[in-house]
Design a protein around this ligand. Structure first.
Ligand SMILES: *[C@@H]1O[C@H](CO)[C@@H](O)[C@H](O)[C@H]1NC(C)=O
Ligand SMILES: *[C@@H]1O[C@H](CO)[C@@H](O)[C@H](O)[C@H]1NC(C)=O
Ligand SMILES: *[C@@H]1O[C@H](CO)[C@@H](O)[C@H](O)[C@H]1NC(C)=O
Ligand SMILES: *[C@@H]1O[C@H](CO)[C@@H](O)[C@H](O)[C@H]1NC(C)=O
Ligand SMILES: *[C@@H]1O[C@H](CO)[C@@H](O)[C@H](O)[C@H]1NC(C)=O
Length: 847
């Protein structure tokens, strides 16, 4: 208001100046234009000023378009209230201002300033006020959201007076009315809104009369109502576990989800076990309960709309075995019927499996055993609306004892498996199949236990009878247990206690009897034969046949009683051998004659002496062959675990009547060839005294080398045949190259040809030797070869052969030529008779 006041003063100043220019009386209106276009809602000020002799003007006033005189208001501007149009005296020169404080369209029209001059002349001055309305956006939101596929008018309601021209642009291009776009009075109608209609529209308003121009940018974002994707209509969760259902809908803007349980209409956003994620649409239940089964509704909602979709939630209930009752049934005619009641959802499948077997029974009769039938049954709920249950039937007909056992009932559905063992007890009458004892033995008040075990279900009770009589209280018979096992501890103090003990077992299905004969044991009968197996000058090795009757108990030992011929049996010596030990009688004297007799012993005692024998010991001779004890034998070769050592061990041989004085050991490096083991030289000889232990450590040997050892025992009469062994020292692990052994060399001839040549050569030599021997000696040619025509080469061969075989047994050394099979028999006879044919090989002959 204050500004307005100053403005009025200013105008006044100007008008005052102008009035000096002329002295003619007139009225002037400022501004001077006869038609003035003013915007509404703004203040308008017009001044009317008399000029000339001002004091002659009277009755200066403004009249509004309706002809009414505008009232004057000279109060202080800031205090003016209510008066929309009024006049005011400005300054002292008589100027009257017309003030429209807030121009309205209804206030447009012709305003007249009039005055009377010198009381007679009337002065009138008119001015026309026309209003105009500026462009105003009455209903043109800057963001608008049409819905897809609908018709939508993009609102742009513009008001202006004079009326504006409205036109439209989208993304800079002018829009005209087409099929899809219709420019209407208050907006742009879009038919069937498409997603492509997203964008910025420009609504432009122009008023040519006033030169006004305005643009409004309208952001159009097409909204789509939610729609469900391929969403499963069913979901499952396992009871006790957590589970979730996902609702997924498309729409713009992104929809918000809510879940509702269909039957209760309860919203599941944040209940105790349920939670909903409004942004992802996931409904989570944790833990799921059986009663959560049912229909759930997913709601997806956005600004453009709302959709709903029901989802059925199934709650898988893990199988549970509610009932499995053990049964006990007699074998035979009846059938066993094992029932198993199970619950769970979906309804479980029931089967059985014999515990210990891997096979589950299948529905119907089993392929492997058609006595066994599996059936399924669906049980109606116990109460209306209650839970359905399933029952499996395992039916075994023609029940056998072998059907007894544990049977697992297995219920399975997609939630898992439940298992419970049930027992089918197959009852049967007592049987003594497990009591093999038929005989028992005792002697001389010897306590004895007899027991019987009755198999049966239920357990049988056992009673005993002796020789068909009840056993009364008897201090010598004590019964321990009366079923299913029972033992009698008997002390048979006289003959009455021997005889038939009858064990009687009884249960509800029947009874059975089992007889055990208690017999009196006695010593074994006589030995049928004592065979001399090996005889040396001082020892005899026996084997026994018999006794024919063991007296009821196993034979424990054999005994020999022997005497020199010149002594009588009272002075005889005894030797006893436990059964299965070497039956060797030692310490006999060479060339002496002995009488011998034999007996067998069991727990009762010795049988009678029998199988009398008479033997004359061979004369003293060189010792027997010392048998070399070998270990780790591979292809006849004893493998030494050491690179450079070998431990030679042997058994001390029988000395054949003269003490062994010493041992002689000879060993050489050898190599395997088609002819057997051939000496490579490097031989060593040494002697050992006989009184040391029968071992010798060979040292300073070469690694990975074969050695052949000969061991002779010597007494005053001569040398034994040699005990022999081939051994090989260990390979040196630090040397990785091929073995530096002659064998590894490539032969000049192929091995086949080489063997051929050697065989042919040997044959020729053999024939020549043979013929020459035949010429010089008419008795058997082979005998000649062995005894007289032996050459160094042949001795080598013999030694090789001996090395590959078990060393000879017995006291006699034979030249073991294959062509002399007969001598094998000679050897045997020689042992028995004590006559011996011996060849003592000359020293160093073998190698
Ligand atoms: C059935 O027998 C099994 C195995 O012998 C046993 O573990 C189970 O307790 C029994 N059931 C009943 C109800 O007696
Ligand atoms: C008989 O049985 C009892 C008890 O088992 C035992 O102590 C005893 O040694 C047995 N007697 C014989 C001779 O086996
Ligand atoms: C039957 O006998 C066996 C073996 O002595 C025993 O373990 C079992 O408990 C008995 N059964 C009954 C029902 O007495
Ligand atoms: C040899 O055995 C008999 C019968 O067993 C015995 O009578 C005798 O005393 C025993 N003699 C020696 C010397 O042990
Ligand atoms: C020795 O050689 C023969 C044939 O040449 C062969 O059969 C045998 O296995 C060899 N023995 C060993 C221990 O190498």
């Amino acid at each position: 208001m204050r500004e307005l006041h100053f403005f009025v003063c200013f105008l006044l100043l100007i008008s005052t100046k102008g009035s000096f220019a002329e002295n003619q009386p007139y009225l002037s209106i400022q501004p001077v234009e006869p038609v003035q276009i003013k915007p509404v809602n703004k203040a308008v000020l017009l001044t009317c000023k008399p000029s000339g002799q001002k004091e002659l003007f009277t009755d200066l006033k403004w009249t509004d378009p309706r002809g009414e005189i505008v009232k004057q208001d000279n109060s202080w501007p800031s205090t003016r209230q209510g008066q929309a149009v009024y006049t005011e005296n400005l300054g002292s020169d008589g100027t009257l201002a017309l003030i429209i404080r807030n121009l309205r369209e209804s206030e447009a029209g012709e305003y007249t300033c009039s005055a009377t001059y010198a009381n007679s002349e009337k002065f009138v001055k008119k001015v026309r006020i026309e209003t105009f309305v500026a462009i105003t956006w009455e209903d043109a939101p800057v963001e608008q959201y049409p819905i897809l596929h609908s018709d939508y008018k993009v609102k742009c309601k513009v008001h202006a007076n004079p009326a504006p021209i409205v036109d439209w642009f989208k993304n800079g291009e002018a829009l005209t009315t087409t099929d899809r776009y219709v420019i209407e009075a208050n907006g742009l109608l879009i038919r069937k809104v498409a997603e492509s209609d997203d964008g910025t529209f420009t609504c432009r308003a122009i008023v040519m009369e006033t030169g006004e121009y305005q643009e409004r940018l309208i952001k159009v974002e097409v909204h789509t109502p939610p729609s469900f994707d391929d969403m499963p209509t069913e979901a499952e969760v396992v009871e006790g576990d957590s589970g979730s259902i996902t609702c997924r809908a498309r729409g713009k803007p992104i929809p918000n989800y809510t879940w509702i349980k269909a039957d209760t209409r309860e919203e599941l956003s944040n209940s105790l076990r349920f939670s909903t994620n409004p942004l992802t649409g996931v409904l989570t239940v944790n833990p799921a309960e059986k009663n959560d089964r049912g229909k759930y509704i997913c709601k997806a909602k956005n600004a453009a709309g709302e959709v709903q979709r029901p989802v059925h939630l199934g709650v898988v209930v893990r199988p549970h075995i509610d009932e499995l009752i053990n049964i006990s049934i007699a074998a035979g005619a009846q059938e066993a019927h094992l029932k198993c009641v199970v619950s769970g959802w979906p309804l479980p499948h029931v089967t059985f499996q014999r515990v210990g077997s891997n096979e589950r029974f299948t529905n119907g009769a089993q392929d492997s055993d058609d006595r066994i039938v599996l059936e399924q049954e669906k049980l109606a709920p116990a109460v209306p609306g209650g839970e359905e249950r399933a029952q499996g039937h395992l039916i075994i007909s023609d029940l056998l004892r072998s059907d007894d056992g544990l049977y697992a009932c297995i219920a399975s559905n997609k939630g898992g498996e439940a298992l419970k063992n049930g027992h089918i007890t197959v009852e049967f009458p007592p049987s003594f199949a497990a009591t093999p004892l038929k005989e028992a033995w005792s002697w001389d008040n010897h306590p004895v236990n007899i027991s019987c075990l009755a198999e049966s279900i239920p357990n049988a009770t056992i009673t005993w009878r002796l020789n068909e009589r009840e056993i009364d209280r008897d201090g010598n018979i004590q019964q321990i247990g009366n079923g299913p096992e029972s033992t009698l501890q008997i002390i048979p103090i006289d003959r009455r206690y021997y005889g038939v003990y009858k064990c009687r077992a009884k249960n509800i299905h029947g009874e059975a009897e089992h007889e055990i004969l208690l017999r009196e044991a006695h010593p074994p009968s006589e030995i049928l034969q004592a065979k001399r197996e090996v005889i040396t000058a001082t020892t005899i090795t026996f084997s026994f046949i018999g006794p024919k009757d063991d007296g009821g108990l196993p034979t424990r030992a054999y005994a020999v009683q022997y005497r020199e011929d010149r002594r009588n049996w009272n002075e005889a010596l005894n030797k006893t051998w436990p059964v299965d030990s070497p039956y060797i009688l030692e310490g006999l004297e060479p060339q002496k004659s002995y009488s011998l007799r034999f007996a067998a012993r069991n727990d009762v005692g010795f049988g009678n002496w029998a199988a009398d024998d008479h033997v004359t010991m061979p004369k003293r001779s060189s010792p027997e062959e010392p048998k070399i004890i070998t270990s780790q034998v591979l292809d006849g070769v004893s493998m030494s675990p050491y690179l450079d050592r070998f431990e030679l061990r042997w058994r001390i041989p029988p000395d054949n009547g003269e003490p062994i004085e010493r041992y002689e050991i000879k060993y050489c490096e050898v190599r395997n060839s088609t002819d057997g083991w051939v000496s490579e030289g490097g031989c060593r000889d040494l002697e050992l005294p006989a009184n040391g232990p029968p071992t010798f450590h060979m040292t300073k040997l070469r690694p990975n080398t074969h050695y052949k050892v000969e061991l002779r025992a010597r007494n005053i009469i001569g040398y034994s045949t040699p005990g022999q062994v081939i051994f090989k020292t260990a390979r040196d692990p630090t040397k990785t190259g091929p073995e530096p052994i002659v064998e590894a060399r490539e032969p000049a001839l192929s091995s086949g040809a080489l063997i051929g040549v050697i065989v042919a050569g040997l044959f020729v030599v053999f024939v020549i030797v043979d013929i020459s021997c035949f010429i010089f000696n008419k008795t058997g040619l082979t005998h000649l070869i062995t005894s007289q025509c032996g050459s160094k080469q042949r001795m080598d061969e013999e030694m090789n052969r001996n090395a590959e075989k078990e060393p000879l047994k017995g006291p006699v050394v034979l030249i073991n030529d294959d062509s002399l099979k007969k001598d094998t028999e000679v050897e045997y006879d020689a042992k028995v008779d004590g006559a011996r044919i011996m060849v003592v090989p000359p020293r160093h002959s073998a190698v």
